[in-house]
Design a protein around this ligand. Structure first.
Ligand code: SAM
Length: 262
């Protein structure tokens, strides 16, 4: 198995697990609905537009965009078990016509060229092994004049401490994150024009605190869920401390990026 396949398979397994749902809640990115709303507003979404949510996870973003911005959304995620769960959650909200989910890989999107008014991808691009390939796919499926909204973990130019470069760190969105300037370069090389960026490092710090609180609760109330997912709570809490220190030291952060397809 190539390392790229191994990483994708680890991501798919991790994000399908009950433990991740327990630790992250409904939204698997820093800032939750607040930053999704902010990104959607920056994208100037208008009613009836078509949006792709790449790496849509549990589907909270797709549901929010459909209900609050009156767009239709096609979600794609590599973790096959999360796709029917996301579809069922949308159906419970009466959104079967507006929101659909597909199993797929960000590096080979299951859509024709020039399909979408906007593409969003939140806290996932950092995990894609072929970032250039994924950016090329975003450009391909966007209509001319379409917009990309990317929300992701960023790192300092100086790189990361060794503890944050493991495969587990890759899956939790840290090890293969890039400096903001590098994301801009990759998107520009893929033919997009970056028009806006903003930092939200505080949202990452809050998410780390939230995961720590949920982990402490889970180890008391649902230890079997952690065991089934192969999570050692003590090791995870140590890892959380390292990640928190990295945010405080400015080594990792979180940013929104908006780009236009000319
Ligand atoms: C941190 S979660 C974010 C989920 C969602 N965007 C959100 O913010 O709630 C990362 C997601 O990326 C998905 N993913 C990872 N690699 C992928 C790939 N190559 N193609 C599509 N989805 C992928 C995972 O299965 C997971 O659902």
């Amino acid at each position: 198995m190539s390392s790229a396949e191994q990483i994708k398979s680890c991501c798919a397994a991790a994000y399908s697990s009950d433990a991740v749902a327990l630790l992250l809640g409904d939204s698997y990115h820093p800032g939750g609905a607040i930053l999704t709303r902010k990104l959607a507003t920056l994208l100037e979404l208008s009613p009836g537009q078509r949006v792709a949510d790449i790496a849509s996870g549990p589907g909270a973003t797709a549901r929010l965009l459909a209900t609050e911005f009156a767009v239709t959304v096609e979600g794609v995620d590599i973790a096959a078990p999360v796709v029917p769960r996301a579809q069922e959650a949308a159906a419970r909200m009466g959104l079967t016509a507006e929101v659909r989910f597909h199993v797929g890989d960000s590096e080979a999107l299951p859509f024709p060229d020039n399909t979408f008014d906007a593409v969003v991808t939140e806290c996932a691009y950092c995990t894609f092994p072929d970032k250039v390939g994924a950016a090329t796919e975003f450009t391909r499926v966007l209509q001319p004049g379409g917009r990309l909204g990317l929300a992701d973990v960023t790192i300092a130019d100086t790189g990361l401490p060794d503890e944050l470069t493991t495969i587990s760190a890759w899956v939790v969105c840290i090890a293969d994150a890039r400096p903001l300037t590098r994301y801009i370069d990759i998107l520009t090389d893929a033919g997009l024009h970056v028009t806006h960026t903003e930092s939200h490092d505080e949202a990452l710090a809050r998410m780390i605190d939230q995961i720590e609180a949920r982990l402490n609760l889970a180890r008391m109330a649902f230890p079997q869920v952690l065991t089934e997912a192969g999570i050692d709570a003590d090791a995870a809490l140590g890892y959380i401390d390292i990640a928190r220190r990295a945010v405080i030291d400015g080594l990792i952060g979180f940013a929104l990026v908006v780009a236009h397809n000319p």
